[in-house]
Design a protein around this ligand. Structure first.
Ligand SMILES: *Cc1c(COP(=O)(O)O)cnc(C)c1O
Length: 400
């Protein structure tokens, strides 16, 4: 049996991946059904997936696309973000949130996070709007599945004439003040990438209550071609079409939607398991509260999706840093990740906008002490306990 050098803790016999999708016979059967049907691209299953997803989140419209990145791009385009505009967002996010702003020739203006929730700080956002003359939109990112302060953000956006485009890549299913995420902003963008809470392999969804935005996004998701080009090859369709705008190629294929339909039916069961794992982690880490800080749960009445479980180390109480802590976990055969390397630390943003690490001190500090632990429905109780045992042993061995 291999031993971790500093802890003497027996390593797991097998590697525990940081993330893994839960794919059962239902998903396989649904995809096979699509393959046998002969209709592989956007068709009846996409339509059903959109309808069922919209019903689930209570949105009037849902547009299925091939990624959340595509959904964010379409949403910004639909609300009129263009060359020379500004879009406010958080540095604590994935590449996608920033790059879609650049796709449209707009400038990302970053706003620091709240040090407790790790979500965009509403007071800092209000302050930032005072200098953001050309801000057309704000993209709140509900990190890990914990909802941003949407009342405050909506109010600031309204006062400043900005659209609210939610990056909800982590939040299916989260609720805010009793409402499912999906109707809080002008457009809500979900991800079905294979590590997310439900998956279509690759895929995304944009939901909105606004018919005009829905029509624009739908049209632009398929080459800017007039209405329902994908019924072109059905009996009801026609060979004729008009290109109204130079759109994009963002439609979701039926093979992916088939996976999504099966996953959607299991979403609540998946969520119950994620929430139980989070609860167990938080309870267990209470025993080493002087060494690690568990992530906050959603306020009473709200629901956290628990896509991520971001544990923050109390570096002042430990002899090793975050990177070494991760190395120790790797030796214990446990895969982890970090969410996120803030945008303002990446070469593109440093070179283009001259950001310094200290420009967003809370994002920087959180990043330096964050470790995302494995949290997914397929994990067994033994897997969960092995993560707890390893984190506890390493933290205690490295305590000052
Ligand atoms: C995963 C992710 C995205 C991108 O999702 P894709 O479906 O892979 O395009 C966007 N924002 C955040 C915060 C994410 O974690």
């Amino acid at each position: 049996m291999s031993m971790t050098p500093t802890t003497g803790l027996p390593a797991r016999a097998t590697f525990l991946p940081f993330a893994a999708p839960t794919i059962g016979e239902e998903e396989i059967a649904e995809v096979v059904d699509t393959l046998r049907s002969g209709w592989l691209t956007s068709g009846p299953k996409v339509k059903r997936f959109e309808e069922e997803f919209a019903a689930k989140v209570g949105a009037a419209h849902a547009i299925a696309v091939n990624s959340c990145t595509a959904a964010l791009h379409l949403a910004l385009e639909a609300v009129g973000v263009g060359e020379g505009d500004e879009v406010l967002t958080t540095p604590m996010t994935f590449a996608a949130t920033g790059e879609v702003i650049r796709y449209l020739g707009a400038t990302p203006l970053l706003v620091d996070i709240d040090p407790v929730t790790m979500n965009i700080d509403a007071d800092a956002l209000a302050e930032a709007t005072r200098k953001a003359w050309r801000a057309k939109a704000v993209i709140p990112v509900h990190i890990g599945g914990l909802m941003c302060d949407m009342d405050a953000i909506t109010q600031i956006a309204r006062a400043h004439g900005m659209a609210v485009i939610e990056d909800a890549a982590h939040t299916f299913p989260s609720t805010y003040k009793g409402r499912m995420v999906g109707t809080l902003g002008h457009v809500t963008c979900f991800s079905f990438y294979s590590t997310k809470t439900i998956t279509t392999g690759e895929g995304g969804m944009a939901t909105t209550q606004d018919e005009g935005l829905a029509e624009r996004m739908r049209m632009m998701s398929l080459h800017g071609i007039s209405k329902n080009a994908w019924t072109r090859y059905t009996a009801a369709g026609s060979w004729k079409y008009d290109i109204l705008y130079p759109g994009f190629k963002y439609n979701m294929p039926d093979i992916a939607a088939a996976l999504g339909l099966a996953q959607l039916r299991k979403a609540e069961e998946f969520h119950r398991r994620r929430a139980a794992i989070a609860q167990r982690y938080t309870e267990a880490f209470g025993a080493i509260a002087e060494l690690v800080e568990p992530p906050p749960d959603a306020p009473v009445g709200d629901v956290h999706s628990w896509h991520l479980y971001i544990l923050r180390l109390r570096l002042e109480a430990l002899r090793i840093g975050r990177d070494e802590f991760i190395e120790e976990l790797k030796r214990a055969n446990i895969g982890v990740s970090v969410h996120f390397i803030p945008l303002h630390l990446h070469p593109y943003y440093v070179e283009t906008y001259g950001y310094q690490p200290e420009d967003f001190p809370h994002a920087l500090a959180s990043y330096q002490r964050s470790i995302s632990l494995p949290i997914y429905p397929k994990m067994t109780d033994e897997d969960v306990e092995s993560v707890i045992a390893a984190v506890t042993a390493i933290a205690r061995a490295q305590a000052k």
